[in-house]
Ligand binder design. Structure first.
Ligand SMILES: Nc1ncnc2c1ncn2[C@@H]1O[C@H](COP(=O)(O)OP(=O)(O)OP(=O)(O)O)[C@@H](O)[C@H]1O
Ligand SMILES: [Mg+2]
Length: 419
């Protein structure tokens, strides 16, 4: 077996000099390790952030599922991350994984919860309630609502299974809360190592170019990866509004929400929504929330929800129109198969669909997933004329996704040739 040492650096967290920097926290993980001897070294870390450290639990579960042997190296003086790990009850990570009845034995102030089932769900809500005891009831209900939506999402869409001792088992999601007394801020994270937002949504919406784009889409009303599951015998349980509603409630609470999935991160604040692409990815999804606890804040959850549902209704009709009017989708594998070589068929498709779409000013999205080869002559037959018609606009109006490097290069060449 090969041995790998992963060191948790000092000042380990999501914020670096007052700005969020997820790359630093995510860079320590190596998700490819299999059947290795892995040492996680906590001894260098004196200051850390609880939510960042809690993600390590998911990583350990992932390593276990990949048949790694794991050793944790702590500080002898038991300070810093070593102590935090203990306070969260994270030393029980292995037992919690293997025993569905067991959860983390955290100290009261640093609850870490494994989320697998209904009773874990209730445990997590009870922890949240403890922070808002004595607050205005509406405030409490609003926070509960947000947490519940995030927990439903991770339970429903963020499932992850692993093989443990030849048995398939669900890897739980986790939740960690920390209350910062001086600032009176509550921070919490809901995290999983499931398939991530992009892949989940692609089941319904076709491909996205980036994780960030998919996360932004998930925040919109009436958007759900479950819509594709088209079984008339299963009633429709998801409306696709959970993230829309909870992200909007977050704004009203004067709080902050970061959604990290794959290489994407989107930040929802009372002011705006911003996003970017990270260098390091998280193989799943986590949502980080920071809320200043305000006893005096006047809220009426019921009225707020009605207001947001109305906004959602307007947004839906607008976006549906935009979607169908503005984009022509071509899934190459569906039309031409994994060996996309039929030049005549390409020409027919081009004349029947692509050129008219361009005439109408729509953009074109071409998905090459599962396409193994597409020779220059095929791609040129399909794309050269549309590119010529569009001129420089072709770079903006023709989007290519999931293409292998060779196909991508050939298309870039055709683009250069024809513009
Ligand atoms: N933890 C997650 N893992 C993977 N995908 C997720 C996760 N959370 C959200 N998503 C994706 O974002 C989509 C939108 O989530 P949202 O909560 O808004 O709607 P929903 O859960 O599908 O429906 P509803 O919340 O109304 O029951 C989901 O359908 C899923 O595709
Ligand atoms: Mg939901």
């Amino acid at each position: 077996m090969t041995e790998r040492i992963l060191t948790i650096p000092d000042h380990y967290g999501f914020i670096d000099q007052e700005v969020y920097d997820f790359d630093k926290a995510l860079s320590i993980y190596d998700w490819k390790l299999k059947s290795s001897e892995v040492v996680i070294d906590f001894s260098q870390c004196l200051t850390a952030n609880y939510q960042a450290l809690a993600l390590m639990v998911l990583y350990l579960w992932h390593l276990r599922a990949n048949n790694c042997h794991i050793a944790l190296r702590f500080r002898e003086d038991k300070k810093g991350a070593t102590q935090m790990w203990k306070w969260m009850g994270a030393i029980g990570w292995s037992q919690v994984l293997h025993n569905e009845q067991q959860n983390f034995r955290s100290t009261e102030m640093k609850p870490l919860v494994a989320l697998r089932n209904k009773s874990d769900f209730e445990v997590a809500l009870a922890k949240l309630d403890a922070y808002t005891k004595g607050f205005n009831v509406e405030y409490e209900k609003t926070l509960r609502y947000v947490l519940s939506e995030l927990m439903y999402n991770t339970l429903e869409h963020g499932k992850k299974f692993g093989q443990f001792f030849n048995q398939e088992k669900r890897i739980p999601s986790i939740i960690e809360f920390t209350w910062y007394k001086l600032r009176n801020e509550l921070h919490f994270v809901v995290a999983d190592i499931g398939i991530g937002i992009k892949k989940h949504l692609e089941q319904s919406f076709g491909p996205f170019e980036t994780d960030e784009e998919a996360i932004r889409m998930a925040l919109r009303p009436n958007v759900s990866g479950t819509f594709a599951v088209n079984d008339p015998y299963i009633s429709k349980n998801n409306a696709g509004v959970g993230l829309f509603l909870s992200s909007n409630l977050i704004k009203r609470l004067n709080a902050d929400m970061h959604v990290v999935s794959g290489q994407g991160v989107v930040h929802v604040s009372p002011m705006d929504v911003t996003g970017r692409t990270l260098r390091h990815s998280w193989p799943g999804t986590f949502v980080l929330i920071k809320v200043k606890l305000e006893q005096e804040m006047k809220l009426n959850l019921h009225a707020l929800m009605n207001e947001l549902r109305e906004v959602a209704g307007r947004e839906i009709s607008r976006s549906e129109k935009e979607e169908s009017l503005n984009r022509q989708l071509l899934v190459v594998n569906n039309y031409f198969g994994k060996h996309a070589e039929d030049k005549e068929a390409a020409i027919t498709h081009r004349n029947r669909y692509l050129l008219p779409a361009i005439e109408e000013g729509r953009s074109i999205l071409i998905d090459f997933s599962n396409v193994e080869n597409a020779p220059h002559s095929f791609l040129s037959a399909l794309l050269a004329t549309p590119i010529k018609r569009l001129g420089m606009d072709a770079y903006k109006k023709i989007k290519i996704v999931n293409a292998s490097p060779e196909i991508r290069e050939t298309i870039d060449f055709i683009l250069d040739e024809n513009t």
